[in-house]
Design a protein around this ligand. Structure first.
Ligand code: TYD
Ligand code: MG
Length: 454
């Protein structure tokens, strides 16, 4: 049963639905007490009996000017943020330990500071000397960023209040602890409390905050996940340890499109922007071999070409293996089932490995046809034509559904030296000179046309 409890600040009498260590209204610490008047009142006594202040109402037609944004010189970061950093916004940057979050944010801090934002970088994980050494290695030692190495939230908020920066970076939220919460730093309640206090403080003072959050092994960010709903923007920094590519992906953005990605490369001198990700993802591609298919995809607003690689081999096990990296395992099972049921091409008794080259994770349904093409090519041991890209969503009936933004995909493919695309029927498809488009209605046609079987 939901309890009708509320909380009141004993200093300013503001009411809240949740307890917090500090009153959002007057800023006093430890003044919020639970108000049990509602729940313990006589049965049937409604909320209306205790009057609050009426909230202000507006209509939808009032024009809001777009938020002013500060851009850094990192265009990949600016785009993922939706066009730059919004004042008084709260952003969470999540990712595996060691993936490069601190490096990215130190570079971002330096860029924003040089663009004129007063910037404070708080490290709870490294001593200031370590951060300075990293900054020197990155060639950023002269950037006007102020550093702090501390984990006590109360002290940090006091410093932020006194310094009044425009941007505060907290690295990481798991190391922060609030003395109002009894549990250990890094525990869910500490992370939640620290994030809540930081974000509400920042909103009230007009400071933009960027919180770093580590993802645990299982992907259940003991922290970031519970923080996601408190912030305006959630970015994930992804990549394979062995690869130098890093993808910054917006999974939530109140100020811009989600699904946008920024691509970086980890170098000896920090993260370098990758302006043409397609070229990078295809750079390791040698002569076309069986099992390889190039997918013309869209990530956010940008076209990205990636290579799907498949390996199909007879299995010694009773239960064949299906191993996927960079793509959804359930979707792979679906495509295998469609190939078997609609095209009569069985994969029983065969191990199947599928990999997206370069460490990118693809979630676009339009990659279905590229996956099917890679699987078929591997199974038939026949390479696809080297000059061809494929895209299109597959339905359970084996029909191909048109993918959005066909033209953008074709343009990108042409830019990277491809001359032919295989795509579903329909969709707005005008090709430019030098690029041919072959459209098909279903997977059976594709199998017959490309592999001469059906
Ligand atoms: P870091 O930013 O500390 O990761 P996180 O904050 O996400 O835990 O990055 C750590 C890795 O990055 C480390 O293994 C070394 C590598 N690195 C470089 O390759 N080049 C560099 O210039 C820097 C600063 C780090
Ligand atoms: Mg770090």
């Amino acid at each position: 049963m939901a309890k009708n409890s509320s909380f009141t600040c004993s200093a300013c009498a503001a009411t809240f639905t949740k307890w917090s260590g500090r009153c959002d209204n007057c800023g006093e610490w430890n003044t919020i007490v639970e108000d049990t008047g509602l729940s313990s009142g006589p049965a049937g006594k409604s909320l209306g009996a205790r009057r609050g202040r009426a909230v202000a109402l507006t209509d939808l037609s009032t024009e809001e000017p777009p938020p002013p944004r500060t851009t850094s010189k990192l265009a990949e970061l600016d785009r993922v943020l939706g066009g730059g950093l919004v004042p008084a916004s709260a952003t969470l940057v999540g990712g595996d330990p060691g993936i490069g979050k601190s490096t990215l944010l130190l570079q971002a801090a330096a860029q924003f500071a040089q663009s004129g934002l007063k910037t404070i970088y708080v490290s709870g994980e490294e001593a200031s000397a370590q951060v300075r050494m990293r900054a020197q290695r990155l060639g950023l030692a002269s950037a006007p960023v102020q550093l702090a190495a501390d984990t006590n939230l109360r002290d940090i908020l006091t410093a932020l209040e006194a310094e009044a920066p425009q941007l505060a970076i907290i690295d990481s939220i798991q190391t922060m602890w609030s003395d109002h919460v009894d549990s250990a730093p890094g525990s869910v309640s500490q992370v939640r409390a620290a994030a809540h206090e930081l974000t509400t403080f920042a909103k009230r003072k007009g400071i933009s905050v960027i919180l770093v959050g580590h993802v645990t092994k299982e992907g259940q960010i003991a922290g970031p996940r519970v923080v996601e709903h408190m912030v305006d923007t959630v970015l994930y920094f992804e990549g394979e340890r062995g690869h130098q590519f890093r993808i910054l992906r917006a999974v939530k953005n109140r100020f811009g499109p989600a699904d946008e990605i920024g691509v970086f490369e980890m170098t000896g001198a920090g993260l370098a922007e990758v302006q043409n990700p397609s070229a990078l993802f295809l750079s390791e591609r040698g002569t076309p071999s069986p099992g390889s298919a190039v997918f013309a995809g869209i990530e956010g607003t940008r076209p990205v070409l990636v290579e799907f690689q498949a390996l199909v081999a007879p299995t010694p096990h009773s239960q064949p293996r299906r191993t996927v990296v960079g793509w959804d395992g359930g979707r792979l099972a679906m495509i295998l089932a469609v190939l078997e049921a609609r095209c009569g091409i069985p994969f029983a008794g065969l191990d199947v490995y599928l990999n997206v080259a370069g460490g990118l994770k693809i979630s676009e349904p339009a990659a279905d046809l590229a996956v099917a093409a890679a699987l078929l090519s591997a199974r038939e041991d026949a390479a696809l034509p080297a000059d061809t890209v494929v895209f299109g969503e597959l339905s359970l009936s084996g029909a191909l559904r048109p993918a959005p933004q066909t033209e953008i995909r074709l343009k990108e493919a042409q830019k990277l030296g491809f001359s032919k695309a295989i795509a579903p029927l329909g969709g707005k498809a005008r090709t430019s000179a030098g690029m041919s488009l072959q459209q098909m209605g279903d997977l059976t046609t594709f199998v017959g046309d490309i592999f001469g079987a059906g």
